[in-house]
Write a protein of this length. Structure first.
Ligand code: GDG
Length: 472
């Protein structure tokens, strides 16, 4: 029976080296949740890097056997490969370019070569698992070349590709020395999915201008095949967040936080450390709020969680310093013995504490400079059982296309951000409930399960259309 193979840079399980041996831990990412129900069924599987550098062949064999029991196949990478392909080309070249940070990307032929080599490694690992009838679903910017590599080896396979980050304007893509190879790599798929219609349009325009391939209603005709392009906004596991926020564990955390904060109102900010997330701009806006509205001092705090990420990279280390300094300056200027303006945490929180924070906060500030979708915005909405709470959302997050009932802001306009914070803090309950219930209906309906189902259905449709064309 044909099966489905999911491919992403990381597997949904992390393998860690501990003093007691190797430990296998599930990762809690949205992707693992959304696709968990697919890859565990009917002989399906997941191919990706397990997050560990293996020491010898026997360890490699052990990891392979353990993962196979949970339908996963590892791609083993060396430290050098992770440095060049992942930290280098993926996060040092593609990530800044695709998020419109045009001055940051590194253009280095050696990193590009590593990217090609590792995509080939993934290709071999997938081919070792895939039969000609199987469906292969490739994920994200680390594997842009993989669809075409798979296509060359398996001309008739059903191949889907989904990009989790923005696809930028042609004007940025054209700067990349390897722009043709990257676009051609993606075009190996039968269906290419993006979070929004805007990203899809940018992709179609890049393909038209750089490869000379026009499209009709999202269908690109290459010399040999046709490729369908469409938008699939990713959702969350709504019930999981709604239930977690209502759970006893989360309530106990809320009580504990309330006792410490007394009646201070909470604005929440949660992100990985990343220059795309607009963390420093958010701090400046909060400082401006306290300056413009002195009556709020002592009554509102910003609770800021920054999850450590990529801090080996220089840009991330200097961003961390900037945030530390801003928090220090705001707290030094405004704090009193009994009130702290910014509660800043540089670490990840366990899931039930996170659920407690979503429940506790009256306002969530989700104001990235650019963000493919942003799941934090949707998780906050799902957590508000009483429908009270205000979401402040950047117009440049993919989620803004769906969550029109949020307060939509330009994240670089500090004045507008400060005013949106004020508006959120004085918003009448009825208006909060109205906006929140509209957003909840949407996030509940277009959840992560609907997302993966829609993509798979559309992929099957794209393939049928191709077969019809081939036999016509
Ligand atoms: C990429 C795209 C796109 C955060 N802090 C903690 C924690 N988290 C969880 C959140 C959320 C996830 O991490 C972050 O997801 P985002 O979507 O916000 O952002 P990226 O990691 O940049 O993801 C993005 C996404 O892919 C999916 O396509 O939306 O645009 O950049 O689920 O809850 N989880 C726990 N503790 C924390 O402290 N447990």
């Amino acid at each position: 029976m044909p099966k489905t193979i999911i491919v992403s840079n990381r597997l949904p399980t992390k393998v860690l080296r501990t003093p007691d041996g190797l430990s296998f831990q599930p990762s809690e990412g949205g992707l693992a949740t959304g696709l968990g129900s697919i890859y565990r069924q009917d002989g399906n599987m997941w191919v990706g890097w397990p997050g560990l550098f293996v020491e010898d062949e026997s360890e490699e064999g052990f990891v392979r056997t353990q993962l196979a029991e949970d339908s996963m196949a590892p791609v083993f990478l060396t430290e050098q490969e992770i440095h060049d392909y992942y930290e280098g080309f993926s996060n040092g070249t593609l990530w800044p370019m695709f998020h419109y940070f045009a001055q940051l990307p590194v253009f280095d032929e050696a990193l590009w070569e590593a990217y090609v080599t590792v995509n080939q490694k993934f290709c071999q690992a997938v081919l070792a698992q895939a039969g000609p009838e199987d469906t292969i679903w490739v994920h994200d910017y680390q594997l842009l070349l993989l669809p075409q590599m798979l296509r060359a080896a398996r001309p008739h396979s059903t191949i889907g590709f989904f990009l989790h980050i923005p696809f930028p304007s042609y004007e940025l893509i054209r700067i990349l020395p390897w722009r043709r190879e990257l676009l051609e790599g993606m075009l190996g798929a039968d269906l290419i999915g993006f979070h929004t219609f805007g990203y899809m349009r940018h992709f179609l325009s890049s393909v038209a201008q750089l490869l000379g391939l026009p499209n009709q209603h999202g269908r690109i005709e290459t010399p040999t095949r046709s490729v369908l392009v469409d938008a699939f906004p990713m959702g969350i596991d709504y019930e999981r967040y709604a239930q977690a926020a209502a759970s006893e564990a989360a309530q106990a955390h809320v009580q504990e936080y309330r006792a410490a904060l007394k009646d201070v109102r909470v604005i929440l900010s949660i992100d990985r450390l990343d220059y795309t997330k607009g963390i420093a701009q958010r701090l400046r806006a909060f400082a401006l709020l306290l300056q413009r509205y002195p009556e709020l001092r002592g009554h509102v705090s910003l609770l800021m969680v920054v999850v450590p990420s990529r801090d080996q990279v220089a840009q991330y280390a200097s961003l961390k310093e900037e945030i530390d300094e801003l928090v220090g300056r705001i707290n030094a200027q405004y704090r009193t013995i009994s009130w702290n303006p910014v509660h800043y945490f540089y670490r990840a929180f366990p899931f039930d504490e996170l659920a407690g924070l979503y429940r506790l906060a009256e306002v969530a500030m989700v104001t990235p400079m650019r963000d493919g979708m942003n799941l934090v915005a949707k998780e906050f909405v799902a957590s508000k059982a009483d429908q009270r709470g205000v979401l402040i959302l950047s117009e440049r997050a993919g989620a803004a296309r769906e969550l029109a009932d949020a307060l939509i802001v330009n994240p670089t306009d500090t004045g507008q951000l400060a005013e949106a914070l004020h508006e959120a803090l004085v918003m009448p309950d009825e208006e909060q409930e109205h906006r929140m219930s509209n957003m909840q209906a949407l996030v509940k309906r277009y959840n992560v399960f609907a997302w993966s189902r829609l993509f798979m259905e559309r992929l099957a449709y794209a393939k049928t259309q191709q077969l019809n064309l081939a036999t016509a």
